[in-house]
Design a protein around this ligand. Sequence first.
Ligand SMILES: NC(=O)c1ccc[n+]([C@@H]2O[C@H](COP(=O)([O-])OP(=O)(O)OC[C@H]3O[C@@H](n4cnc5c(N)ncnc54)[C@H](OP(=O)(O)O)[C@@H]3O)[C@@H](O)[C@H]2O)c1
Length: 222
Amino acid sequence: MPTILIIGASRGLGLEFVRQYAAEGWRVLATVRNIAQGRAVSEAGAEVYICDIADLASVQRLAADLAQTGLDIVLHSAGIYGERQQFGAVDPDEFLRVMRIDALAPLKVAEALADRLCGARIFAAVSSNMGSVSDNTSGGSYAYRAAKAALNMVIKGLAVDLAPRGILTVALSPGWVRTDMGGPDAPLEPPEAVAGMRKVLAGLTPETSGCLMHYDGRRLDW
Ligand SMILES: NC(=O)c1ccc[n+]([C@@H]2O[C@H](COP(=O)([O-])OP(=O)(O)OC[C@H]3O[C@@H](n4cnc5c(N)ncnc54)[C@H](OP(=O)(O)O)[C@@H]3O)[C@@H](O)[C@H]2O)c1
């Protein structure tokens, strides 16, 4: 039975990933920030672990908890949008908080867990087309855009560094999805976005490793 670890599964896309992989018969391990959030995740079919990716010691504890567990996919879904990031009002501390959660944390998760993956295995992170430089025609969202662009570079770097171990990586663009982050006007529901991203993961090859892939299977430009 293949095993997936989903980081950030309390709600939104992470929780939908739990539902779909569990329904397909995978062993699903999933993290939440506090145990009160664990019930829904456990009911969706996952074994629940605690991890706050803002706290690197918490990431290390998760790695220690999983020291004896082999993983086929580590899927980092956790992320924040952030506040006060329009031109003229960018808050420096908030900018750095978003960079830390959306760009640095996935890298530290990969460092902590790479040894749990080996041989044609996958490290994936949910990024965004808002991290595509060429796709930025509307400006604004400085922290979120910069952090997802940095995440895309992290994923590319991991593809290079982890290739000798047979690990593939990918930055996933879910589209605009109706979650707490995406808001009520988003055109996509989580089941459709997640089904598309699962298909991308299933079809990942050394040629597409390190790329930014849209949920509909298109490779996006940087
Ligand atoms: N929805 C969209 O339209 C959209 C579009 C492009 C990209 N994305 C990306 O998709 C991913 C999932 O977003 P979503 O739409 O599912 O958002 P969401 O509903 O707001 O969920 C965000 C998830 O991230 C977790 N998280 C936030 N900070 C964390 C931390 N410090 N440690 C551990 N977990 C943390 C949250 O946990 P708590 O419940 O504990 O806060 C929650 O599970 C994000 O990376 C986001 O940038 C979303």
